[in-house]
Design a protein around this ligand. Sequence first.
Ligand SMILES: *Cc1c(COP(=O)(O)O)cnc(C)c1O
Length: 363
Amino acid sequence: MTAANNAISIERSLNKKTKPAQDQLGFGIYFTDHMFVMDYSVEREWHNPRITPYQPIVLDPAAKVFHYGQTIFEGLKAYKTEDGGIQLFRPRDNFARMNRSNDRMSVPELDIDVAIAALEQLIAVDQDWIPDLPGTSLYIRPFVIATQATLGVSPSENYQFIIIMSPVGAYYPEGINPVKIHVESHYVRAVVGGVGEAKTAGNYAAALKSQQAAKEEGYTQVLWLDGTQHKYIEEVGSMNVFFKINGTVVTPALNGSILAGITRNSVIQLLKHWDVPVEERVLSIEELYEAGRNGTLEEAFGTGTAAVISPIGEMNWNGEKLVISEGVTGQLSKSIYDTLTGIQTGAVADPFGWVKKVEVSEG
Ligand SMILES: *Cc1c(COP(=O)(O)O)cnc(C)c1O
């Protein structure tokens, strides 16, 4: 891509939306005034980067994304700091993961610097959409779709890379609260060699049925076991999962079917920084239940961009219930939550170099 066709054109919205109240945001309901779009063709590769008013996209009904699910997405957040600045949390890691997902799904790679520059410019244009009530943030959803209008099962020759943004509310408006988890022993999320480690749509569609059944029984999330033996712990819903057993924090090792969460990696780095023993290894549901029965299971929590930390207060595996940390948020879970959210919003120093300030002068 040459410098000339690399320049981002900006078409500003002529009718700005009314912003929702900051205590009514929810998650992914409202979208900002603009979006970023870039096209791919075999001849021109990625080209025509542009910021346009947020609007519907028009696609041919034969576009491959509708039929064969050739699509990937990312999720990250921008935060307002106390002094009015704007910062992103580990954006380079998100776009690096996007390229790993792209590779798995035969989608052409994106230039990470171009993607970050596009995001920063979009944030500058929509900077007044970043909420500043405690716990709120601007959720960013980059995604790629296969747009070639042919029904042959083959990688698309055309794509669009799009970034949309949504102001989101505090995940825990009434304070951080433990959730109840259903251990899924029939359906599976992913198998080794499949697409579990790619952030691709099909993984989430395949999870809906199990999640729905769990909800009907009063459980917020599903804990997934491995796809072949239904024995080893993988993840919780769309979060990675950690257990504090006898003073050591254990999380399933990345094995090819688990999504490599950036929050997961941040928690591991933070625990090492604090000299808390942390292990990435295989962990069976039987070992976990044994620790629960003999009193050595001290805390459990999920990790992901949306909630940051989601403490687990109860699990149910084939009817056997396990109450963890007396159903309240454990001390370590709370410390990790406070520290990570503190770094993200600039209230706590960042010794890891995770935070990236966004320049918005030309907004
Ligand atoms: C996105 C995601 C996570 C969490 O990743 P973060 O980078 O921490 O947000 C975990 N599991 C699945 C399946 C996911 O899609």
